[in-house]
Write a protein that binds this ligand. Structure first.
Ligand code: SF4
Length: 205
């Protein structure tokens, strides 16, 4: 069934890339940290100015915290996110020679970076399929489509990894996110126009 889901969703959403704008791995890390509980559209608006002002990791690591927080103030939970971004920048400068590390083990040592964020950075910035990023859309759709019975993101990721070919791990995450945003919404899933209608056990909820 997963092959059919992937085939149909790829036809619907040929983009298959993160919607977060970025020009390098660190900008993607910043955008991904900012994106928790915030729409990608809003994050892109904020980062458009942010990336013009802060050109490299050192700029983030050295920025006075209060000033940096002002620059991301319109984002949900900006205080925590700002501290994490500054902390991650400092750690990357000190421990990783100013380069975003390219392994799961190293990435999750950075402040504010758990598996979801690390998976997004690994797949989009380094082309590495280490796992499947499970955000709120991936969690909801995986349950509705009967791909998992778990609610915990780490367990959902394990269930999805078992049934999905490794080369498709990152695609699956992007595709479920696109479909969750445009058709399988949290409150009003649009079963009538859904390309997965006949495959989905929840097509009448
Ligand atoms: S049929 Fe409905 S619940 Fe199932 S994936 Fe489509 S929109 Fe979501």
């Amino acid at each position: 069934m997963i092959d059919e889901i992937l085939k149909r969703l790829k036809r619907e959403y040929p983009e298959q890339e993160t919607a977060l704008k970025h020009a390098n791995p660190f900008e993607l890390l910043v955008a991904t940290i900012l994106s928790a509980q915030t729409t990608d559209v809003h994050v892109n608006k904020v980062t458009e100015k942010l990336f013009r002002k802060y050109k490299n990791i050192n700029d983030y690591a050295c920025a006075p915290l209060e000033k940096f927080l002002e620059d991301i103030r319109s984002v949900n939970f900006y205080k925590n996110k700002g501290k994490n971004i500054r902390g991650a920048a400092g750690m990357i400068v000190e421990r990783f020679n100013s380069r975003v590390p390219g392994t799961m083990e190293e990435l999750i040592t950075l402040p504010g970076v758990a598996r979801k964020t690390a998976n997004i950075v690994l797949s989009n910035a380094f082309g590495i399929n280490e796992g499947i990023a499970v955000d709120t859309h991936v969690r909801r759709l995986s349950n509705r489509l009967g791909l998992t019975e778990n609610q915990d993101p780490v367990k959902i990721e394990q269930d999805l990894m078992k049934i999905t070919p490794k080369k498709e791990w990152s695609n699956l995450s992007h595709l479920l996110i696109y479909h969750g945003r445009s058709v399988c919404n949290a409150k009003k899933p649009r079963h009538d126009i859904c390309v997965l209608h006949d495959l989905c056990p929840s097509n009448a909820i």
